[in-house]
Ligand binder design. Structure first.
Ligand code: NAG
Ligand code: NAG
Ligand code: NAG
Ligand code: NAG
Length: 341
């Protein structure tokens, strides 16, 4: 690359130009090819970052027909994921499907924030319903997230440390009741939260991660939005679905389809939904100081149902209602806004 090219870089591209400098220092060639494309993509930013988890959610999103791919760089593949670049309702967006679980969610989020010029993140998809006062099909926009997958797994006779909280003793769940369980108990830990606004290498113990409050306030205008009730002419939800705002939600690397554990989570943490990615996206966004909101449609009862899990019946309906809510939310966002506002 000619030296004169460096001169064209703007200040906001300093980060990427420093990557180019790495070239001379042995920055891997296969990465370098992407750097020039990323620079061009970023010249049209800033973008809203959109993150889903799997194909059902992605299909629902793209089938709205609103996403207009960028003509020059419609996508860029990085680390095995396709980052799609385009416009939605007149706003620049970069979309990625992260894959199931917290590792995928955190990795895709960090990559999105590091490489692209992002204003904030909208994470969306489906989730399990833990709150019996809510219904399958409802679209939730939670306020707070907790990782319920960070455990100490202890002996039956262990003493619970004061850093842990919320213990689940397996023997309490024996059927019939009574006796012991050699599985002992699990107790829950808070996350170690690192952030740009904190001191380097100094983690804060944090249990709850809040989404960005102005975005949540903005989203409150979506309550009352008309959502679809029917999958097709013969399969409909019992209740008219609605947008529900401001509750607590949980994430773990566990697909939850167990009524007893569902009730434990609801009673212990007061969480209304369970998924496998959201807390990772929110925590990573907050670490990096970016606005973030999560929109998830309740597709099933997470194990409280009588027969089969309803994710296969109502997952696609929940996902298409979510896509609808996401589009409306993007509409509500101002065209340009300050990243840290
Ligand atoms: C359960 O374990 C405790 C402690 O080891 C023991 O004292 C008790 O007898 C056990 N109870 C049963 C029903 O096995
Ligand atoms: C997160 O939200 C809760 C509930 O609204 C609030 O009590 C708490 O202070 C918030 N935490 C932070 C760090 O803003
Ligand atoms: C409606 O969807 C359900 C679930 O996918 C399917 O079993 C049923 O055959 C569909 N009915 C019609 C009329 O398409
Ligand atoms: C469960 O859902 C109902 C209805 O949305 C809500 O009023 C209630 O606060 C929720 N419970 C918890 C613990 O969040």
């Amino acid at each position: 690359m000619a030296a004169s090219k460096y001169l064209k870089f703007s200040v906001s591209q300093l980060f990427l130009s420093s990557l180019l400098v790495f070239h001379a220092l042995g920055f891997p060639q296969r990465r370098l090819k992407s750097v020039e494309i990323i620079r061009e993509i970023n010249s049209k930013g800033p973008y809203l970052g959109l993150i889903t988890v799997y194909s059902l959610e992605e299909d629902a999103f793209f089938s709205t027909g609103y996403f207009q791919p960028d003509s020059r760089h419609p996508f860029l593949d990085l680390s095995g994921r396709r980052f799609r670049v385009g416009k939605l309702q007149g706003k620049e967006v970069i979309y990625v499907r992260c894959g199931v679980g917290m590792v995928n969610a955190a990795a895709a989020t960090q990559q999105m924030l590091d490489l692209f010029d992002i204003r904030g993140l909208i994470h969306f998809g489906i989730s399990g319903n833990l709150n019996s006062s809510m219904n399958i099909g409802d679209v939730v926009i939670p306020n707070q997230f907790v990782n319920t997958g960070l455990w100490d797994w202890l002996k039956p006779t262990a003493e619970v440390s004061k850093n842990d909280f919320a213990n689940l003793e397996f023997k309490e769940y024996n059927v019939p009741r009574g006796g012991n369980s050699s599985l002992g108990m699990i107790v829950y830990r808070a996350e170690q939260f690192y952030s740009e606004s904190g001191e380097a290498d100094t983690a804060q113990r944090m249990l709850w991660f809040n989404v960005t409050s102005n975005w949540l306030q903005l989203a409150s205008a979506l309550q009352g939005l008309e959502l679809d009730k029917c999958v097709n002419s013969s399969l409909c939800l019992e209740n008219k679905p609605k947008v529900v705002l401001g509750m607590k939600a949980s994430t773990a690397n566990i697909f939850l389809d167990n009524g007893a554990y569902r009730n434990f989570l609801f009673q212990t943490f007061g969480v209304s939904s369970a998924d496998m990615e959201s807390t990772a996206v929110v925590m990573t966004s907050l670490s990096n100081g970016f606005p973030v909101i999560v929109i998830r449609g309740l597709s099933d009862l997470a194990g409280a149902q009588k027969g089969h899990n309803s994710i296969n019946l109502f997952g696609s309906l929940a996902a298409s209602n979510v896509a609808k809510v996401v589009l409306k939310f993007i509409n509500l966002l101002p065209n340009r806004f300050c990243r840290h506002s």
